[in-house]
Design a protein around this ligand. Structure first.
Ligand SMILES: NC(=O)C1=CN([C@@H]2O[C@H](COP(=O)(O)OP(=O)(O)OC[C@H]3O[C@@H](n4cnc5c(N)ncnc54)[C@H](OP(=O)(O)O)[C@@H]3O)[C@@H](O)[C@H]2O)[C@@H](O)CC1
Ligand SMILES: Nc1ncnc2c1ncn2[C@@H]1O[C@H](COP(=O)(O)OP(=O)(O)O)[C@@H](O)[C@H]1O
Length: 305
């Protein structure tokens, strides 16, 4: 298998800028059901990225947690309060959403039965869903009728999900790239979902066997929380194209690769590493989210930098 690189030019074609006929709803509404008492920051990072990647509206719906989870870190702000403090633009509670992001900053061991049922309802719905971190385990067993799904595991999560060894999953840095591509494509076909395997090179596979590469990304991106940022940005892109995603099974893998290219472009700007080889300065996940608008402008070529 010789997977093509998803270029900045191809990514730019899928960055939808608004026109005079748009309103906040037409531009795409993203819902995030992410974060927890243990990881409120993941909710903030995903919401921030969803706004910064061009959403017309971002909704935040806190998941229900077991009483034990609530008291795990006394004194820490609840995720909804943290999101409100960071982004007062965010709308709280359920309502129409064109795409969802679930799982970032959650631990499946602390999930209540009610929360599992609510997440399964999203997975079996019609709006596209980004499935990250603590929601990945729910995908097996939802049946063949489900929403367009984009799974975003890192190598450790991929190994658990695919029940594979280190070399095939990409945890072994010496693993053959073609073997990793094949493993990602195989999981995508098996689950009927797009799979985005994060790493220096991010590998995106569709259920019908298309595999795209984004990267290698700037190594400064290897920093806690940048995956939460990627999930939020991808949710925004899926929401902007939600109708087309339901009609065109080839689109989610291209949007997944586009999100990875945009994410890397933002990290390069934040780090001052335009070539992506590790020059520049350290960055945080929040820095990456904050640089998404500049990366967007750079990709679509509208702004002189
Ligand atoms: N600010 C916040 O709120 C933040 C919240 N976050 C949230 O934290 C939750 C837990 O997520 P997590 O990724 O830290 O832990 P987890 O999924 O248990 O896996 C870790 C184990 O997997 C393995 N591993 C192998 N390859 C790997 C790789 N490439 N990258 C990473 N791991 C790799 C490795 O095992 P080892 O190889 O050491 O045996 C490692 O010990 C999740 O909900 C997330 O959203 C974070 O986003 C941070 C910011
Ligand atoms: N060596 C690397 N070079 C460039 N990017 C990397 C490297 N390692 C990881 N990344 C990127 O960093 C992000 C980390 O995401 P993830 O592992 O989910 O972290 P977190 O759960 O802390 O948010 C992903 O976008 C991944 O592609």
């Amino acid at each position: 298998m010789n997977a093509p690189a998803w270029t900045r030019e191809r990514a730019a074609e899928l960055l939808r800028s608004p026109g005079p006929g748009d309103d906040k709803y037409r531009r795409g509404v993203v819902g995030l059901r992410t974060g927890s008492a243990r990881y409120p920051g993941a909710a903030v990072l995903g919401v921030e990225a969803a706004w910064r990647a061009g959403s017309g509206m971002v909704r935040y719906v806190p998941g229900s947690e077991s009483p034990g989870a609530r008291s795990a870190v006394p004194g820490l702000a609840a995720p909804a309060a943290a999101v409100l403090a960071a982004r007062p633009e965010t709308v709280f509670g359920t309502g129409r959403c064109d795409a969802w992001v679930i799982g970032s900053g959650t631990d499946p061991a602390l999930r209540t039965a009610a929360e599992a049922a609510a997440l399964r309802a999203l997975l079996r719905g019609t709006a596209p869903v980004v499935v990250d971190a603590g929601a990945l385990d729910l995908v097996r067993g939802i049946g063949s009728e489900h929403a367009p799904l984009v799974l975003t595991p890192h190598a450790g999560e991929f190994a658990r999900l695919a029940e594979r060894g280190a070399a095939e999953s990409g945890r072994d840095s010496a693993a053959d790239g073609a073997a990793r591509d094949a493993a990602v494509a195989e999981l995508a076909a098996e689950l009927g979902a797009t799979v985005l395997l994060k790493g220096s090179v991010t590998r995106c596979a569709s259920p019908n066997g298309e595999v795209l590469h984004a990267g290698p990304a700037t190594p400064w991106l290897a920093s806690a929380g940048t995956g939460d940022v990627l999930a939020g940005a991808l949710g925004a892109l899926l929401a902007q194209h939600a109708e087309a995603v339901r009609a065109d099974a080839a689109l989610p893998v291209r949007l997944a690769a586009t999100a990875a290219v945009l994410h890397d472009a933002a990290a390069r700007i934040a780090a001052g590493d335009p070539e992506g080889r590790g020059a520049g300065r350290p960055i945080t996940a929040r820095d990456v989210a904050d640089a998404l608008p500049a990366a967007w402008a750079e990709l679509v070529g509208r702004v002189e930098r």
